[in-house]
Design a protein around this ligand. Structure first.
Ligand code: FE
Length: 189
């Protein structure tokens, strides 16, 4: 279905829910505004930077990402069951939701349009390397690429590799380097 069709359907559904009294439009607006403006990929970037600089935090993130992310104050809707996926020279992780658009809101905000597109959702499963190439990412043949399908139960945060030559940077400066796409696995940084 085209995105326009989807937007109209969502609008129609919202109208019906509001009319029938199931949904408070002010509350709905508040949720959308919060995730559009207050919660965004900077949260995830802070988690990544902390894991790069604090080995004990990195261990906690591996063991229980939901709890480790909550330590930094991020949690709630769509982030109840987080799993952190660490990229290494041997292993690159990419995240998709093949069914719809499940996404870790508390750490990345709202998903980008391409994440919700049918093209991304189908192609990344069949041929992740060609999708990565579209994002300007070329990995060595020796790097294994694994695609993870988000569900209502599990949301993923990809932890990109810390770039070489950043030993002198502090956590804030490191966080500033981390992009949203890299935390979905569609960018190196
Ligand atoms: Fe989904």
């Amino acid at each position: 279905m085209a995105d326009d069709g989807m937007a109209l359907r969502v609008e129609a559904l919202e109208m019906i829910l509001v009319e029938k009294g199931y949904v408070d439009p002010a509350a709905l607006e508040k949720i959308i505004t919060t995730y559009e403006h207050d919660v965004g990929p900077r949260n995830g970037a802070r988690v990544v930077a902390r894991s790069w600089t604090d080995p004990a935090y990195r261990e906690r993130l591996r063991a229980d990402a939901t709890a480790a992310i909550a330590e930094l104050g991020y949690g709630g809707r769509q982030g109840e069951h987080m799993v952190a996926l660490e990229n290494t020279p041997e292993q690159h992780h990419v995240v998709v939701c093949t069914l719809c658009s499940c996404y870790p809101w508390p750490v990345l905000g709202l998903p980008p349009t391409w994440y919700k597109s049918a093209a991304y959702r189908s192609r990344v499963v069949l041929d992740p390397r060609s999708v990565l190439a579209d994002f300007g990412v070329t990995l060595p043949a020796s790097t294994r690429v694994t695609v993870h399908d988000s569900t209502a139960e599990v949301r993923y945060l990809v932890v990109p590799m810390r770039p070489a030559g950043t030993e002198h940077l502090d956590e804030d400066a490191l966080a500033a380097l981390v992009t949203r796409d890299s935390m979905i696995g569609c960018g190196l940084l």
